[in-house]
Design a protein around this ligand. Structure first.
Ligand code: HPA
Length: 319
């Protein structure tokens, strides 16, 4: 494979890269020296987890991934212990404005939380294996539920910038999958079921939290695209026809890896703008960040309640 739409990383690249002992993308290799070894993911995770356990912070039950402009929740944790990604062995760092790059450990009420304040994206040139390192680490640390957040463009009629949308399903339109390659021994099945990707109990808990706080919570299907260019108006119309309610450039790879491992997943988008062509506005990352930041108070409160409920759900037996 490999000729697909200008992608430089061919299908099965991980296998080839292993054989060659090098990273799969030359450009990414030069920009990210840690790319040099795609081997030893398991031992990398063990090393990273050991560094975090050495902090003697409470063992997390729930993981949270904070997207563009949504990092404030991490700083709201009680007993906050903050570790920059640069101090976590093998942890990739984001170059995107609005993505801080800290692991935040602490509690919300009784819930013990590990928060990724900032994520890396495929469009930054990271292999999917690296993009998903953070969530693998959350699972390694013991999180049995992970709540993911992102900034997204609204597609569904009636959505407005500033709306929050519970993700109930997704479209993987990235043209790749982080589970491509040899099946990770012991992690999960070769062909993971995706019928109930977004946990029904976590979704119900999000609705309950929104009701309690009187926050309007939209629901919909998230389409994950590669980026980094925003969509054309024609692409937005295509996505609407395909059944997408919101569009973004993240989350889907992380969700696939977590479900493969049997971790419960909840996800929420902050609708920061309308999809291209749905309003007169041109799209701009600084506006995406601005709108996300405006939802900070509401978003942090909602996420707090959701995390508390998720801790209860996570400690129950996985169905
Ligand atoms: N498209 C893709 N990703 C995004 C958007 C968008 O309109 N807004 C925020 N992230």
């Amino acid at each position: 494979g490999g000729a697909k739409g200008g992608r430089t990383r061919p299908r099965g690249a991980r296998t080839i890269a292993r054989a060659l002992g090098v990273g799969a993308r030359e450009s990414a290799l030069s920009r990210h020296p840690e790319f040099a070894s795609l081997r030893g993911m398991a031992s990398d995770l063990v090393e990273a987890a050991a560094r975090i356990r050495a902090l003697a912070a409470p063992v997390p039950q729930v993981g949270v991934v904070l997207g563009s402009g949504l990092g404030a929740f991490g700083d709201s944790l009680t007993g906050l212990v903050k570790l920059p990604y640069s101090e976590i062995p093998h942890m990739p760092e984001s170059s995107v404005v609005g993505h801080a790059g800290n692991l935040c450990l602490g509690t919300v009420g009784e819930a013990r939380v590990a928060c990724l304040q900032g994520r890396v994206h495929v469009y930054e040139g990271h292999a999917l294996e690296r993009v998903t390192f953070g969530v693998r680490l959350l699972a390694e640390l013991g999180c049995r539920a992970v709540l993911l957040t992102n900034a997204a463009g609204g597609i569904k009629a009636g959505f407005s910038p500033g709306d929050l949308m519970l993700i109930v399903d997704h479209l993987n339109l990235m043209g790749d999958n982080p589970l491509v390659g040899p099946n990770e021994a012991g992690a999960g099945p070769r062909f993971p079921d995706m019928t109930r990707t977004y946990d029904l109990e976590l979704a119900e808990a999000a609705r309950a939290a929104a009701r309690e706080l009187r926050v309007k919570l939209q629901e919909g299907v998230y389409a994950g695209l590669l980026g980094p260019s925003y969509e054309t108006p024609a692409e937005i119309r295509m996505l609407r026809t395909l059944g997408a309610d919101a569009v973004g450039m993240s989350t889907v790879p992380e969700v696939l890896v977590l479900r493969h491992r049997g971790v419960r997943v909840g996800a929420m988008s902050c609708i920061t703008n309308l999809g291209a062509g749905l309003s007169d506005a041109l799209l701009d990352h600084s506006e995406v960040e601005e709108t996300a930041k405006k939802t900070r108070t509401t978003f942090t409160a909602l996420l707090g309640k959701w995390v508390e409920a998720a801790a209860h759900i996570a400690s129950a037996e996985q169905k």
